[in-house]
Design a protein around this ligand. Structure first.
Ligand SMILES: Nc1ncnc2c1ncn2[C@@H]1O[C@H](COP(=O)(O)OP(=O)(O)O)[C@@H](O)[C@H]1O
Ligand SMILES: [Mg+2]
Length: 324
């Protein structure tokens, strides 16, 4: 992957009265990746995003977008980005096409340019057949598609999506994920927020877990899960008397982190199943152990979130925390 830095955030803080909405964030986003800010409501995701897109000035710290400071060079930054807000205040009486035409005028596109791009975008988000009826008659998923088309109209290098699938049904969510992947395939950098673990897990190349305005951990979904201490292969063995010798055999092998005896077999913590499974099967064969059952548990992003924040993402933030 291209390791060019698209966005750099350095000790970013945003304080409202005495409340630190964003508290000393530092991270980089690479060109061409889908980067996610994952956190519960009130974590500071939208505030961070709005700072990056020049809508908010940091209380302290800096952010650059493709090398341009979001405060001093806000005008340049704005030419590079597209933004899909969490809630777009658009006039739902206009048709989908009229929304895009209005925006095209705001971006000073020529009529020909605008018509061409609008047709392309309506096709991209599957709204061609609905382009000429009022947006207020659209379903939630269709409105969101229109929002995304609006964000893409200026042909941005970087697209910012704030909670792109909030409140959508499963089908519409999958569709939006498809668009985001397609944009990445076309070379776009995508920065998104979400409070859906599955969305962060399946869509983001890398993500930062943000809670109470702070980054708790950052990495690819796989890295974050591995950092928890590896996956577990649980073996249920037919001959229970062979458990100790198998344990001795497996302990200390390179792909195996730890081995623990259970009532029916062994729980084996492994770094990567690709390397560990052949070793485990080879050892059981050689010792003549018959496996009755084998189960493989991968830590989920839920486990990662809990490990770093001390609670599940769906649990609300304690009152004391938001007041401090
Ligand atoms: N304009 C504002 N004025 C005062 N407080 C705000 C403002 N915007 C956000 N906050 C507070 O900052 C914190 C982070 O908000 P936000 O960035 O919207 O979180 P998220 O997008 O993760 O839900 C919350 O406690 C929120 O109440
Ligand atoms: Mg938000």
């Amino acid at each position: 992957m291209d390791r060019t830095i698209a966005i750099n955030v350095n000790r970013l803080c945003k304080t409202y009265d005495s409340h630190k909405a964003v508290d000393d964030l530092s991270f980089s986003i690479y060109a061409g990746e889908i980067f996610g800010l994952l956190g519960p409501n009130g974590a500071g995701k939208s505030t961070t995003l709005r700072t990056l897109i020049t809508l908010l000035h940091p209380t302290s710290g800096t952010a650059t977008v493709m090398g341009h400071d979001t405060v001093r060079e806000a005008d340049t930054v704005r030419t590079l980005i597209g933004y899909v807000p969490q809630e777009r205040a658009i006039d739902r009486f206009l048709t989908g096409r009229e929304h895009l035409q209005l925006l095209g005028a705001l971006y000073h596109l020529t009529t020909d340019e605008a018509t061409k791009r609008i047709n392309e975008l309506l096709k991209l988000v599957d709204l061609e057949d609905h382009a000429d009826r009022p947006a207020k008659t659209y379903s939630g998923g269709m409105k969101r598609k229109l929002d995304i088309a609006c964000g893409l109209l200026p042909n941005p290098k970087i697209l910012f999506l704030d909670e792109p699938t909030l409140g959508l049904d499963v089908q519409s969510r999958l569709r939006i994920w498809e668009y985001v992947r397609m944009l990445k395939a076309r070379g776009m950098t995508v920065v998104m927020t979400t409070n859906y673990l599955d969305e962060a897990d399946q869509l983001c190349d890398r993500l930062a877990i943000i809670d109470g305005g702070k980054i708790k951990t950052l990495g690819s979904p796989v890295e974050l899960k591995i950092a928890l201490g590896g996956d577990i292969v649980s073996l249920t063995l037919k001959e229970l008397d062979r458990i100790p010798s198998l344990e001795t055999e497996l302990k200390g092998r390179p792909a195996i982190k730890s081995v623990r005896t259970t009532t029916k077999g062994l729980d084996i913590r492994v770094e990567s199943p690709e390397k560990a499974l052949p070793a485990i099967l080879e050892a059981t064969n050689r010792l003549g152990c018959s496996i009755e059952f084998i189960q493989y548990n991968r830590p989920r992003l839920d486990d990662v979130f809990i490990a770093h924040t001390g609670r599940a993402i769906t649990e609300s933030i304690p009152e004391t925390e938001s007041a401090s």
